[in-house]
Design a binder for this molecule. Sequence first.
Ligand code: 1GP
Length: 252
Amino acid sequence: MNSSIYKQFKANKAEGKKSFVVLIDPDEVKTQNIDRIIRLATEAKVDYFFMGGSLVMNDTLDYSISQIKEASNIPVILFPGSSLQLSYAADAILFLSLISGRNPDLLIGKHVETASFLYSSPLEVISTGYMLVDGGVPTSVSYMSNTYPIPSNKNDIAVATALAGDLIGMKMIYMDAGSGARTPISESMIEAVSEKLKIPLIIGGGIRTPEKALANIKAGADVIVVGNAIEKSPELVIEMAAAVHSVNQCVE
Ligand code: 1GP
């Protein structure tokens, strides 16, 4: 199985190189916006697109990926909210286990359902421990997954959960306050987790400003994901990516 995307995540982590990701929900982005986001993201040297959402309302996944592929070389990684969000057109898939929750279906059940399909697919499969952290509002993920998020002030639980994911053998940890979170994950929680964690740490949910993206990076995040804010104001991608990449000048 191909492993070039994960190798890049790992090499970046080893070199202290930070990445910026734009999340696209194929059901929510209007087609005219997608073109603009792709163009601006290419200009901003965005590292990856994540593609996924909590609901599947239309058959737009393949189409959205093909639009990206036509216009840019930025790799597309599936971030599936359901097992219907699978496409061979993407480059890789985050094989997510919801390790902050106690819903067996999202810890192993869906994985069993989709493993044979993924095993023989051309997609690079990246096992990822997904941790939902309370973002101040009930999120789609929390409701749909029937799980409680980690309380936003319980850094010790976040650290223990991330380390459990690492010890189980997951390749990355994605801490997410959920799309449209009122309060993004605190820098103190990011710092506590990143101090102990040796695998790449992805942070997302409710990040609306370049300042917060940079603060998260300085706290130890390796990868920043932004969806909503860029969907609303696509030009924000330029400043957001520049803020995250600003720390890379020292390592290049
Ligand atoms: C959600 O982390 C992503 O899973 C991005 O969240 O849409 O709030 O930026 P936003």
